[in-house]
Design a protein around this ligand. Sequence first.
Ligand code: 9MR
Length: 394
Amino acid sequence: MVNRRMSKVFGVITMASLCVLALPGNASSKPMDPTDATKPLKEVFKGKFLIGTTLDFHELLGRAPEDTAFAQKHFNAFTCGNSMKPDFTQPQEGRFTFEQGDKMVELAAQCGAVPIGHTLVWHSQTPAWFFAGKQGQPLDRETALSRMRTHIATVVGHFKGKVKQWDVVNEAISDAPNEYLRPSPWQKAIGDDFIAEAFRAAHAADPAALLTYNDYNIEMGYKRGKTLRLLKSLLDQKVPIHAVGIQAHWRLGSVNLPEIEKAIQDFSGLGLRVMFTELDLGVLPTRYQGADVSHQESLTLEQRAAIDPYKAGLPDDVAKKQAEAYRQIFDLFMKYRSKIERVTFWGSYDAESWLNNFPIRGRTDYPLLFNRQRKPKPAYFAVVEAASETHKGE
Ligand code: 9MR
């Protein structure tokens, strides 16, 4: 069942803990096989839509050249998994750091990939100083607006002309029934127009950049209406927004294709480009279906054994089911390829996935197209087949 519990925690995750989380678990230490004949995904989807992945600390700090080469081989859009979020780009007021973002841009340039900026305005991974009021007072609107505008102007300005697409606002829509926007520190201090103001600031800093609103579960009925309300209101006000990012953190067995199709139709019907920005298809049991990073489940040892069932490997029947689900997803993407700008996987291969640590830490999940040795899984071949079939397209 979907857990729509709102978290009131806006804790700041430290860089050190993020570095640990982002390192690939059980990754193969073998170098990439130069004779590997697997067809690069970016060739498979050439002329259809961009096909992306994340680069994270291990790649951006030069600690995993094989992972970098693998990402460069298969993907033509790169998103930093963590390194361009506000806790990295402005850890203290006025102290900006761009080294890892610059590295991502450099690695993208080496292979002709499109660098994506993720993310400017979010309630999570944003240092506490952003939300501190003066002399212990609650944060006031003008201070919050000024901090947000300075952050956006400086970060987008730094990457102007290099980063082509920005996730401007992340996860602003509430999961709670009867609540429109998430009562985040940004929303509370500025009001609902923090979203419009963020897009205006990003557009002013780089008028050529494609600007996206990015969120999870917005394809689903309980959030799609609120998303449409937000997008329509931004468009009515002539706010410079160009795309909507459906994160696409989905789980095997609960992918709702009709809802996804409806979302593509509804969002593109507004004249916006559609992105699938963080695609994965977890195979482990979980009660939680969202991607709210403040959510963590704790369990007894017995419960843990039951919910980490594939430690020794992914059973063939599960791999086949996952392949079939991926095939159906990509059939749909292909049908609507004229509306879809980009499909980005949240990690290149299974060991890199955040789902090995969410919503329970230390599990062994298999959500991507390549296994822990970076070899193609049945899901890879299903996706390749979906791409090659002749679709009329919408
Ligand atoms: O992949 C990211 C993971 O390494 C971090 O621990 C996590 C912490 O916030 O953020 C992950 O990326 C998130 C993305 O930025 C926004 N949507 C949900 C993603 C998965 O948590």
